[in-house]
Design a protein around this ligand. Sequence first.
Ligand SMILES: Nc1ncnc2c1ncn2[C@@H]1O[C@H](COP(=O)(O)OP(=O)(O)OP(=O)(O)O)[C@@H](O)[C@H]1O
Length: 671
Amino acid sequence: MAAGASQEARRQERLLREQWEAARRQVRWSGAGGEGERRVLAQLLVLTARGWRLLVGRAGSGDGVLVGPGGVFVVRVEDRAGEGGPPDEGAGGLLAATKVAESAVASLGMSPVAVQPVMVLAGQSLDRALGRIRLLGEQQVGPVLLAQPRRLRAESVRAIADHLERVLPGCEGLVLEQGAAPDTTRQASPDGLFDLDGLREAALEGARRAPIEQWMTFLHPDQVALVRRNWSGPARISGPAGTGKTVVALHRAAHLARRTTGRILYVTFANNLPRVQSTFLRTMAPAVADRVDFRSLHSWAQEFLQERGVPVRLNGDKAETAFSLAWKNLGRGSRLVQIDPGPAYWREEIDYVIKGRGLTRFEEYAVVVRKRRKAGLHRTQRQSVWELYEEYEARRRERGVHDFNDVLSLALGEVSRETEDRGGPPYAAVVVDEVQDLTLVGVRLLHALVGDAPNGLLLVGDGQQTVYPGGFRLTDAGIDIRGDRGQVLRTNYRNSRQILDAALAVVADDAFEDIDGEPTPGRRDVDLTYHDGNVVRVAEPTADAHDRELVGALKALPDGALADTALLCASKWALGHYQRLLARAEIPVCQLEQYDGNPVDAVKLGTYRRAKGLEFKNVFLPRYDAESAVGTPGTDTARERAELRRSQLFVAMTRARDLLWLGSVADPPAR
Ligand SMILES: Nc1ncnc2c1ncn2[C@@H]1O[C@H](COP(=O)(O)OP(=O)(O)OP(=O)(O)O)[C@@H](O)[C@H]1O
């Protein structure tokens, strides 16, 4: 240990010893409770000399509340020296008191996840969970509270404690009386159960730990109301980019985990998001982090089928070969090539319209409304698509493999059977983030897991950020969102006006229909919070000059800024190019696919799609306006692809909080 550090440790130890002596004298004098209770109270009083506020019932009984840098803790002390098991009787009262405290701080915008029930067992040594209650021994309570990461600043501690003192009935503040300070020349010998070393270490650790982000504790009171709401059936939260949908969904998942004993499933389509979101939840509500399963839909479905013994042979390459053969046999000679000569459009038709919607009969396909598909198909053309589909299925089966859609259909069949057999849903609640990315079968599957149970299904997303072809309405999935079960968030907390305006300009003419069937204009009204930020546009005559500018701009960022910087590309090809460029320039890179939400001092590199749901202080979009091959110009399918590409660009642009760098290569000047 460095000399400075050990001096600080000695100073802390001396201070703690003095504070403990003073607290012991104070509680002895107050005559509160039994001896064990008095020792715990003395320890809590020590915290009041370290930035915490303690509120107790006026009669000296009931549950106390501690408010400090680590959050709000509703505390019940049980004097159980020598008695074994946990005091179940006290738990109900403590949870009720916690609910009261949660309601009281909700009006201040404090999320329920920041209010935690703690039961302290005097005379015992333990640290474990009893449902959502943290059970702590006398020796553990001080160190555990002091070591919490910092959630509240001093002024918030003051405001919250003052508020609670005003609104909680019969409650008053108790502080360590400085006048009761002991004779410091005497070497005090703390009681056996007072862990001086533990407290000292915890105080140092608490000071060392980085504070957790504000949004993990405070939301807008309207958002807190959504987090705590009781919904009688499936619910939906929508809203434009950056309006806090994911933030509300995460707090909601934590809140539900504390309210129920079952497990919570939190699903997205993308593979990388669950890792990031799980990291966030672990930081903001560690006590319930293990009760929430963060999964991508397909990985969850595969694992689920495996556990149930349903054979799955997912093989993307062999499925691709099956399609290529089907196209060769039936597609490329058919009337479909007049609509779009490329096989990709027809593969999408099978993936997103036919299999994605779970259609199994031609008559269903013949009449289906093909959402977001711009090329109209009459009956004979649909017949050709259906023949292609059947040929593909035959080739796929021949190879004995499944594609991604099969995995979801199999899981849906299994869940429906299982829910009937077992008579109960496997999850207490399912939260779906970025729901617009899912297929209809995917949404049906998740709905089947919880049905229409109260507080069971929460769908979160924004149709404007659709980055895959096709679409569906919730009513197609048999999901009925009524009245206040459909909520819209409207305040953007992420982007500056310049950045949001630049992004909205891209999709201004692309009106869309959201999954609730609501027609919505491309340029939407969004309230902005005051926030500075810049759009930097760089147009260079050549690709080389463009890349030099990009590297220069990245290198000019201040020290440590790379940790909050992303470079996003429209295609995998471009990704490879920029990866090599950054490697040559010796700029550290972290692939978005590997990113888990923990800070790493490297540029996050990924495709527009991979950046879904994430945000960064600085976002670089090189060659952002480069035209990709979008089929025969002027055709419906080309228009559809161009619109999808604009949605993807919109998603990429709205990831930027403070700086959006847009690079392009201008046409060389005419000679
Ligand atoms: N009440 C709030 N006060 C301050 N910041 C907030 C609040 N709510 C959300 N934020 C911040 O807003 C930003 C966007 O939040 P979030 O990612 O949840 O939005 P979103 O609607 O899911 O976005 P997108 O659809 O674009 O992925 C985050 O930085 C979050 O911390």
